[in-house]
Design a protein around this ligand. Structure first.
Ligand code: MG
Length: 181
């Protein structure tokens, strides 16, 4: 079997409770709603799931490892901060972004009218064309915490691709130097 180690898949998941007196932000887009997601940061489950997926694809742990909720710096922070940092880490480790697929599960508000806006917002944050980003919105059929309208959850998968190593390009030069001795 041939292994293509340059392609890396990452998986992310998150869930936050809904509460009054909070803004509802999904994929970096503020959505009109009388409830919002409760969290140490802005509670953006979509960006948290995508951040975890990016870190997972790079083998760099999870969002809690890098941005613990016990750290007062992240209180009320925009979750863009976390995703931007994860993207920067991935870039420094030599990865390019290929695509991102997400599912948001929410009973309320109904996200059908918002999902294209969330998609555009997420694509903008990732620096990708919208054709490489998908946002699917589902309900939980009335089941569980999400189905009862008490929480929203998000799932994300990302594909990254490692850039060709510059190390390989340097090897022939070293061998040539040895031969000339
Ligand atoms: Mg979270």
């Amino acid at each position: 079997m041939t292994v293509n180690a340059r392609s890396r898949v990452g998986l992310g998941f998150d869930i936050h409770r809904l509460g009054r007196g909070r803004k509802l932000v999904l994929g970096g887009l503020e959505i009109e709603c009388n409830v919002g997601l409760v969290g140490h940061s802005d509670g953006d489950v979509v960006l948290h799931a995508v951040t975890d997926a990016v870190l997972g694809a790079c083998g760099m742990g999870d969002i809690g490892d890098h941005f613990p909720s016990s750290d007062p710096r992240w209180e009320g922070a925009s979750s863009r901060v976390f995703l931007d940092a994860a993207l920067d880490m991935a870039d420094k480790a030599g990865f390019d972004f290929v695509n991102c697929d997400t599912i948001i599960v929410a009973e309320r508000p109904h996200l059908g009218a918002w999902k294209e806006g969330i998609r555009s917002s997420l694509a903008g944050i990732l620096g990708l064309g919208v054709d490489r980003v998908c946002v699917k919105a589902k309900t939980s059929e009335g089941l569980g915490h999400v189905g009862e309208g008490r929480a929203i959850e998000a799932h994300a998968v990302v594909m990254l691709r490692k850039r060709a190593s510059t190390k390989k390009a340097r090897k022939p030069a070293k061998r040539a130097a040895k031969k000339s001795r």
